[in-house]
Design a protein around this ligand. Structure first.
Ligand SMILES: [Fe+2]
Ligand SMILES: [Fe+2]
Length: 227
């Protein structure tokens, strides 16, 4: 049922959907995918990969709190209030887990780790679903497609080159082939042309060659700056 509302809006205005889908669909899916992988991977993988997950989650939350949600609040006061508590709770849970990951390995208790990751996973899932069901439709309702693309285009202002070099490979690794094509297609539309080669090089760096070949075949404009 949840998907119906999203699909209806998609049918209604595919350009608006495309402009909000990177933040509300495709990053959310990669976050779920990576956290599930970390939860299944044991202490070693947790120590190695949780800090990156936490950095990317924190930036995602920062972009919502600093860029997307203040803009929406101006048009629809109260539309993002439901995200305030979960953002604080999720950052606190991720912070505690980040300290565990940075501490001495001998202190990693499997039960504590499992409980912490489960709490984070549960809180995150409820929160992401709420954003997808309530906030994303409000974004599409209160902004034109051009305004949504303009907001999307400001993301780079908040991200250092170092962050992009970490985030982009992570994102494309933790998406399926169809989602990669959608995100790459959005980049080609939403990102300044001069920035595309740098983004494409970051993506190439993380993807297995066959996945890059498949993606660049479907979105040649992304691949143009690399080859
Ligand atoms: Fe959020
Ligand atoms: Fe989100």
């Amino acid at each position: 049922m949840r998907r119906d509302g999203v699909e209806r809006n998609h049918m209604h205005d595919p350009d608006k959907f495309a402009a909000v889908s990177d933040n509300f669909i495709y990053v959310h899916r990669a976050l779920r995918c990576d956290l599930a992988r970390i939860m299944a991977g044991g202490a070693g993988l947790f120590v190695q990969d949780f800090p990156r997950f936490a950095r990317i989650l924190a930036k995602h939350t920062e972009l919502e709190d600093e860029l997307f949600f203040p803009a929406l609040e101006e048009r629809a006061p109260g539309a993002t209030v439901l995200t305030n508590g979960p953002h604080a709770e999720i950052e606190a849970l991720a912070g505690e887990l980040g300290e565990l990951a940075a501490g001495p390995g001998a202190e990693l208790n499997a039960t504590v780790l499992h409980e912490g990751l489960t709490r984070l996973g549960t809180a995150l899932e409820v929160h992401l679903a709420e954003e997808e069901e309530a906030v994303m439709p409000a974004m599409m309702e209160h902004f034109s497609a051009r305004e949504l693309w303009a907001l999307d285009g400001r993301i780079m202002e908040f991200c250092s080159p170092e962050f992009m070099a970490e985030m982009l490979p992570w994102w494309f690794i933790h998406m399926n082939a169809a989602d990669r094509v959608a995100v790459a297609g959005n980049m080609v539309v939403g990102v300044a042309p001069e920035a595309l080669p740098m983004l494409a090089r970051c993506i190439v760096a993380g993807l297995p060659a066959q996945d890059w070949a498949q993606l660049s075949g479907r979105v040649p404009a992304l691949a143009g700056g690399v080859e």
